[in-house]
Design a protein around this ligand. Structure first.
Ligand code: SRM
Ligand code: SF4
Length: 572
């Protein structure tokens, strides 16, 4: 199978490769660690394996210094991420997640940029019980993190419900098809008996093998004209091609990813490139073979350069395509034409097919909680109690209350009104198009605030927006606490990437439809400078823009920044 001409980079395997190899297919000593009563944490090796089970050990960084002073171990807690292909949850599942967040988590739910739930603040002693209850609700957390295929995204699409039903089905089946086969999860969390004498051989994982992938792998399906899932940011992006109202197949795009490290030009965000088209029944085979190419040729020595985007750039797009076709035993068709308009969500009520209604709710930063003057979590709980359709978590951290029948629309509308749940229409279009990653206090990699700070910064930017009459101008703005890009920062027309507490690099010039990366405009600036830069730029945009010109295009046309034409020139 392995092509002798193609080579994976040489170098000693990273420590994570050792952990995977010694883990007996993701078991390690996790079961024992979770029972160990002295520390609320687990060993580093087990924490690496924990990711494959959908969780990370974290500590509350707001409390870190104080606990250090008191010579206490960090305030350890776990983040738990659900596998929720296409972001669809039933009302009962919503209620379970809500209850678990109250009982075992920090009382909030995070709707993530990959359309799923995260729960923060789960203590070690409550983990097993929490996972079991998630499982009982017919959800799981398998492969939500780790060096495997992650949650498969798909456009939640309230506009074309019949296409959504089909595309969603593919997202779900793909997610299941690409799941790891080890029973480690079932044994550790669900008390499944280990079958005596089960051979722990390579056949356990026919696709992944005992070392799994060199790095995480992500798949998303977009349905044009909406690029809400940022299809070009995926390791494997599928673009649904619809002809005469029917799904005829998918264009295949490979090699996208957002993360990089400050000051390291060997790392960069990259956009996936379209290599061809296949009919819907073929996508399992295509995804599997692409994953095995990454398995065989990805960098297992340097994790910073291990994503598939680097494998594609190193081997060359045409070589990877040829290797894919070789493994498939057939050739991809030529890519079909498609057109994207935007990568955000469209808010409020929309009527779909068969008399069903869908309401897209604006959830700032994806955080579902009861704020002092906004009882979002309670409102959604009350809706879930009576809702007979489904919930769809969007790729922009928002929520669709979907499939509401005409008869039930009034009941849901009344609850929306009673709790003041907002479609965001009273906000500036800039805020409606905002995204922020979690960052502090839970993310161990955050260099600066994001989710807690962007709303505060937006209050000030909104004033500038209003001064310039740009209230209804759709501009995407994204903030992350570090360059890993969890809110797909490099695809925001205005992007902020955390550098240090209160300091950000500012990026401009991404395309509104998610087809062009941004470029750094200012380095290491604080709030005052951010606002003064935006005051000048937004005022110029208000006066000098051409008809229908998006902000990202404007800053390039007027020479404010150079266009990034490929990830490899992102830093130039
Ligand atoms: Fe992410 C790591 C949160 C979407 C790129 N991401 C993390 C961790 C787990 C931090 C860590 O490794 O210790 C963050 C947990 C914070 C916390 O306290 O919850 C974290 N990522 C998130 C979420 C929750 C952000 C959000 O606010 O919604 C998103 C959860 C997605 C999900 O449901 O699966 C999230 N992360 C993304 C995305 C966006 C996407 O996938 O569409 C990206 C950029 C796309 C990509 O992968 O290239 C992303 N996260 C990363 C990276 C950089 C990976 C890289 O190879 O470049 C890391 C760090 C790493 O893997 O070493 C990371
Ligand atoms: Fe954490 Fe960085 Fe991801 Fe934000 S972008 S959640 S700070 S890893």
């Amino acid at each position: 199978m392995v092509n002798p001409i193609l080579k994976a980079p040489e170098g000693p395997p990273s420590d994570v490769e050792r952990i995977k190899r010694e883990s007996n297919y993701l078991r390690g000593t996790l079961a024992e660690s979770m029972l160990e009563p002295i520390s609320a944490g687990i060993s580093d090796d087990d924490n690496r394996l924990m990711k494959f089970h959908g969780s990370y050990l974290q500590d509350d960084r707001d409390l870190r210094n104080e606990r250090q002073k008191q010579k206490l171990e960090p305030a350890y807690q776990f983040m738990l991420r659900v596998r929720l292909p296409g972001g669809v949850a039933t009302p009962d599942q919503w209620l379970v997640m809500d209850e678990l967040a109250q009982k075992n988590g920090n009382g909030t739910l995070k709707l993530t940029t990959r359309m799923t739930f995260q729960m923060h603040g789960v203590l070690k002693w409550n983990m097993k019980n929490t996972i079991q209850q998630i499982h009982a609700s017919l959800l799981d957390t398998i492969a939500a993190c780790g060096d495997v295929n992650r949650n498969v995204m798909c456009n939640p699409n309230p506009y074309q419900s019949e296409i959504h039903t089909e595309v969603y089905e593919y997202a779900k089946l793909l997610s299941d098809y690409l799941l790891p086969r080890t029973r480690a999860y079932h044994e550790i969390w669900l008390d499944e008996e280990k079958v005596a004498g089960t051979p722990e051989t390579e056949e356990v994982e026919p696709m992944y093998g005992p070392l799994y992938l060199p790095r995480k792998f992500k798949i998303g399906i977009a349905v044009p004209p909406s690029n809400d899932i940022d299809v070009f940011s995926q390791d494997l992006g599928l673009i649904a091609i619809v002809e005469d109202g029917k799904l005829i197949g998918f264009n295949i795009a490979i090699g996208g990813g957002m993360g990089f490290s400050h000051g390291d030009k060997a790392t960069y965000p990259q956009l996936a490139k379209v290599i061809g088209f296949c009919t819907p029944d073929k996508i399992y085979d295509v995804a599997e073979k692409i994953i095995t190419i990454q398995r065989d040729y990805g960098n297992r020595s340097e994790r910073k350069n291990a994503r598939f985007k680097y494998t594609v750039d190193r081997l060359g797009l045409e070589t990877v395509k040829a290797e894919l076709e070789n493994r498939l035993g057939w050739s991809l068709d030529e890519a079909k034409p498609y057109h994207f308009d935007h990568n955000g969500d469209r808010y409020g009520w929309v009527e779909g097919v068969k008399g069903k209604w869908h309401f897209t709710l604006f959830v700032e930063g994806g955080r579902v909680t009861d704020f002092e003057d906004y009882k979002l979590m309670t409102g959604l709980r009350e809706i879930a109690k009576v809702h007979t359709g489904d919930f769809r978590l969007t790729a922009n951290q928002n929520l669709i209350i979907a499939n509401v029948s005409s008869e039930e629309k009034k009941k849901i509308s009344d609850l929306i009104e009673q709790y003041g749940l907002t479609d965001g229409k009273h906000h500036t279009a800039l805020r409606r198009n905002s995204m922020a990653c979690v960052a502090l206090p839970t993310c161990g990699l955050a260099m600066a605030e994001a989710e807690r700070y962007l709303p505060v910064l937006l209050d000030k930017i909104d004033a500038i927006i209003d001064e310039n009459g740009l209230r209804n101008e759709e501009i995407t703005i994204r903030m992350t606490g570090c360059p890993n890009g969890c809110a797909r920062h490099a695809l925001g027309e205005i992007g902020f990437i955390g550098k240090a507490v209160g300091k950000y690099n500012m990026y401009l010039g991404a395309a509104f439809d998610g087809s062009r990366l941004s470029k750094m405009y200012r380095e290491n600036i604080g709030e005052e400078e951010i606002l003064s830069e935006l005051r000048v730029l937004l005022s110029r945009y208000a006066k000098e823009r051409e008809e229908g010109e998006h902000f990202g295009d404007f800053v390039i046309r007027t020479g404010v920044v150079k266009a990034t034409t490929d990830g490899t020139n992102f830093h130039d």
